[in-house]
Each structure stands twice: as structure tokens, then as C-alpha cells.
Design a protein around this ligand. Structure first.
Ligand SMILES: C[S@@+](CC[C@H](N)C(=O)[O-])C[C@H]1O[C@@H](n2cnc3c(N)ncnc32)[C@H](O)[C@@H]1O
Length: 418
């Protein structure tokens, strides 16, 4: 393995990828349409254990090792690292853990609720004391919503959840919601539903694949199960201890977090960002609305008012990506890097990375290459064919771009060194 490059001169980054080796395996370099593609095992989950503070599940989140790879090589302490589609906040949290300035946004307000408390956690004593202050139960919700909630939760659990939910809502309305409340709400959101007794619900899908009430009725019938009573407070404290077991993030510059569309995140100043590591929704593959309905109910978010992107056609998706890239380019300093991760969709028939490269056309972003993090070289790794995921290997495909001072006409900025 080669040591991390100092970030200056950043234009050497593609050379670093070309020279990278993992367990003596050299990077493979292919080229298509003049764009180099670097394939190697650039990061693995085992290489370096991620902080337990990341252990908040979210649909289609990436592993912390992915942003860590870029942050380590392309930024210095105190630099700003931004994710405009931050989900659970993997990129900004990793930035904070590495002493960088976390900058993050998502169109769903749920994201900031999941991230902000983990950037500045309270102590376990504060968490336990606040929990003891919150009234033990509150009246259950009514009507069809109650019928749906009872598919997941025992009435005693629902009464406690109703009390916690009412507390957070009242504290928010009065402006009194503090970091301890924020932490408790984040842990509750994380523990709502899941597939083990560590969650408040009866057995259901893992929390990153939450299901609707009708689907859960079928699961309950098939498994002949009823929602059991759970000790909600004990589960909150247990999860808090686990999240904090490796300590808090080190000192880092203050976070800048928002709830905004990636196409127009005006709260992030022009030219203020050193590195962007991000991953947008892939067409309409994940239904973030359905997945997050219970979390949004608990957090008091009306999902009807959140325009989460879901595009059926690659053309519509490309236009959305172009609008997002334009705003990302605005936030980047000259020479700053953008790592834009996409996944395999439509059984490999649509190559999203091609659409990202096309979307960068005309913007002040030079495409420096595509990186494929291929975690199993015993199977055939084909940079552009991608039969790998179906065979059980794990790939990330990342379009690497760099902020320039003129529009990109050629969609390329380097020649493939091999
Ligand atoms: C693939 S997930 C990102 C996951 C993230 N990398 C993580 O590790 O948690 C895509 C995210 O984009 C958000 N999103 C959808 N449309 C958006 C838009 N127009 N602007 C900003 N965020 C959007 C979704 O709410 C979702 O959280």
C-alpha cells in the first residue's frame, strides 16, 4: 500500500490511484470514451474499523471507509468536507472524526436529526437523567394510524413512544430542544423497528428496509407473532452506550448542516468546500418515502411536503444530477475534488456513471476518472460490464471530478497511464 499523498498538488490523485496496491494487487486501468477507470480494493470494511458512532442504519448508506479514503488523501485538518445527499450523515461524521469541518445537507429533515447529535454527543449521565425526566406515558394516537402502529408495537411501548414523541415536539415548538433531547430522539429513531429484541418493535425487516403496515401484517401472520412488551428506556440506554463506547469525535471546526435540495443548497457558501463525497438516489430504486414513514411519523415530519428525488428514466435522472453538480461546483474551491458514488441499477443495463460524466458536460468540473472499489478479485472484474454484484461481490463505482475555472467540454482531463 502506498502512503497517503499530501493534498498538494491535488492533480496527482489519479496517479496515486494508478500506483495504489492492496495486498500486492496492482490497480487495473481500463479506458472508455477517454475516461480512465481505476479498479482495485481501495478500501475494505476490515482494513480499519469504523467508529461505532456510525452505527445508525439508513437505506443505501455507504461504509465510512469510503469517505475516509478520500478525506485522508485529499484534505487537511480543518478543511471542509460536504455531502449534499447526506442520508444518515456518513461523510460529515467521518469528516468530524478526522478533525475536518463537517458540512451536510439532505432534502429530508430526518437526516440532520440523525447526524447532529452524534457530532456533539452528551454524556451517558445526562442521557439517563433526561430520560428519567420525561413523563412515562401519553395517550395513544387514534384511528387508522393506531391500527397501523399496533402492527409493530405493543400498547405499552406505544404509550412510552407517544410520551417521548410529545416531549420532543413540545421542546422543539418552544425552542428548548437541546443536545440531550436531540440525542434521545436520534436513538429512538434508530431503535423504532428492526429484526432483533434490541428494537422497540416486533420482529420486522432491518431498520434500513422498513416496511409498511400491510406488509408487516403479513409478516406477523406468517410468523404467528404479536408485538411484545419492551423496556424502551433500557433499550435507549443500551444503544447510547454502544454508540459512545469509543468516545466522542475529537475537536473539529463547527458543523454546517442544512435541509435543502442538492440542486440549491444556498446555505453552503460559494467556494467554501475542499472536498465533496456523496451518493444521490439511484433513479427510483429506493423508495425513501416508504422506508422512512415510521421514523418521519415519530419525528413529526410530513413526508408529503418533502420532494425526495425519484426519477424513472436515466434522462430525467441525468438532468437532476446536472442541476446538483452545478450547485456542488459552486460550493467547491478551485482544485477541490468531488467523489460521486453510484450503484448498479436495472440489472446493469443502465450505467449511471456514464450519465454522471455526461451531466458534468458544460460545468466547471473536470472528470478525472471512474474508480471501482472491487472487493473480490477472484471473480472477473469488468469495469464497465459489472456482473460482479449479482455474483455476490461488493463494488462501489465513483466518478471523480475536480473543480476547474472553465466549463468542461471534453469530459476528460487526463490520459490513462497504461
Ligand atoms: C443514497 S442516499 C445517501 C446515503 C448517504 N450516503 C449515507 O451514507 O447515509 C440518498 C439521499 O438523498 C436524499 N435526497 C433525495 N432527493 C434529494 C434532493 N433533491 N436533494 C438532497 N437530498 C435528496 C434522500 O433523502 C437520501 O437520504
Amino acid at each position: 500500500m502506498v502512503p497517503a499523498l499530501p493534498p498538494d498538488p491535488p492533480q496527482a490523485f489519479p496517479d496515486l490511484l494508478a500506483a495504489f496496491s492492496y495486498r500486492e494487487r496492482a490497480t487495473r486501468i481500463d479506458e472508455r470514451n477517454g475516461i480512465p477507470c481505476f479498479t482495485n480494493e481501495f478500501w475494505t470494511s476490515g482494513q480499519r474499523k469504523a467508529s461505532r458512532l456510525h452505527e445508525v442504519s439508513y437505506r443505501a448508506c455507504f461504509k465510512p471507509q469510503l469517505p475516509a479514503f478520500f478525506i485522508e488523501r485529499l484534505t487537511r485538518p480543518d478543511d471542509a468536507v460536504y455531502d449534499p445527499f447526506m442520508g444518515r450523515g456518513t461523510t460529515p461524521l467521518q469528516a468530524a472524526l478526522m478533525g475536518r469541518r463537517p458540512v451536510g445537507s439532505d432534502i429530508n429533515p430526518l437526516s440532520a436529526m440523525l447526524l447532529a447529535p452524534r457530532l456533539a454527543p452528551p454524556s451517558l449521565e445526562e442521557i439517563a437523567a433526561r430520560l428519567a425526566e420525561i413523563p412515562l406515558s401519553a395517550p395513544l394516537p387514534e384511528g387508522a394510524l393506531l391500527d397501523d402502529l399496533r402492527v409493530f408495537f405493543h400498547d405499552s411501548v406505544l404509550a412510552r413512544l407517544a410520551a417521548l414523541r410529545a416531549w420532543f415536539a413540545a421542546r422543539e415548538r418552544s425552542g428548548a430542544l437541546d443536545p440531550v433531547d436531540g440525542w434521545l430522539r436520534m436513538v429512538c429513531l434508530n431503535r423504532l423497528t428492526g429484526h432483533s429484541p434490541g428494537f422497540f418493535s416486533v420482529y420486522t425487516m432491518p431498520p434500513n428496509q422498513a416496511v409498511g403496515a400491510d406488509r408487516q401484517r403479513l409478516i406477523n401472520a406468517k410468523r404467528k407473532q404479536m408485538p411484545p412488551p419492551r423496556d424502551v428506556d433500557a433499550l435507549i440506554l443500551r444503544k447510547s452506550r454502544a454508540l459512545l463506547s469509543q468516545g466522542k469525535p475529537p475537536p473539529h471546526p463547527p458543523a454546517l448542516l442544512g435541509t435543502a435540495p442538492a440542486e440549491n443548497a444556498g446555505f453552503v457558501p460559494d467556494g467554501s468546500v475542499d472536498l465533496v463525497v456523496t451518493s444521490p438516489p439511484f433513479l427510483d430504486v429506493v423508495d425513501y418515502r416508504t422506508d422512512n414513514w415510521l421514523r418521519c411519523w415519530f419525528a413529526g415530519i410530513d413526508l408529503e411536503t418533502v420532494p425526495i428525488a425519484a426519477h424513472k428514466t436515466p434522462e430525467a435522472w441525468q438532468a437532476f444530477v446536472q442541476a446538483s453538480l452545478r450547485d456542488i461546483a459552486r460550493t467547491l474551491r478551485p482544485g477541490g475534488y468531488l467523489a460521486f458514488e453510484v450503484g448498479e441499477v436495472r440489472s446493469g443495463k443502465v450505467l449511471l456513471e456514464d450519465h454522471v460524466v455526461a451531466a458534468a458536460g458544460g460545468l466547471p468540473l473536470a472528470v478525472e476518472g471512474v474508480m471501482v472499489n472491487e472487493q473480490n478479485f477472484t471473480k472477473t472484474a469488468n469495469c464497465w460490464g459489472v456482473a460482479n454484484n449479482r455474483k455476490g461481490t461488493n463494488t462501489n463505482r465513483i466518478v471523480l471530478m475536480r473543480k476547474t475555472d472553465r466549463p468542461n467540454g471534453l469530459h476528460r482531463s487526463m490520459t490513462c497511464p497504461g
